[in-house]
Design a protein around this ligand. Sequence first.
Ligand code: XMP
Ligand code: MG
Length: 180
Amino acid sequence: MNNDIKEILYSQQEIEEITAKLGKQITTDLKDKNPLVICVLKGAVLFMADIVRQIDTYCELDFMDVSSYGDATESSGEVKIVKDLDVSVKSRHVLIVEDIIDTGRTLERLVELLKHRQAASVKICTLLDKPERRVKSVVPDYVGFEVPNEFVVGYGLDYTGHYRNLPYVGILKPEVYENN
Ligand code: XMP
Ligand code: MG
């Protein structure tokens, strides 16, 4: 599995450091707001587990699965809700936790939906941002790292379901997906 990685972009330690830093900012910003922290499955699950342990105030967790990718490395533009939230967001301060913002289509749709459901506020925390590829104007409130325009995997991010369990974020060797 590690042999399929061309380059490690962010090590486990770098991720730990940035997560602690973001967690402190989120704690300051959302203290006393009892935020509903929403994990976008499945890619954000590792980041979610780490970031919520750095949020030092009351919060609740929920999970949502929205899919725009399938097995390809390109966004389809079509966003479907695979699993919806369990709790209502009405009048709640919401923090969306995402693995990566690429074109912005997924999050634009999600923010629209949560506002339509009358969330009191919607903030976005993403581990990775790939601004070069943006087609929708989504601006995250908390960003771990800006990534170059390469397909990255690890720490939750997958290619055809694999590599999510890598403890770091790396660039996949192009031959891995070119051969498929
Ligand atoms: P959009 O284009 O809607 O896409 O912002 C966001 C979703 O696309 C997936 N994505 C990636 N997944 N490596 C991945 O493993 C990547 O480089 C990559 N770029 C986008 C991701 O699931 C994200 O939620
Ligand atoms: Mg995702």
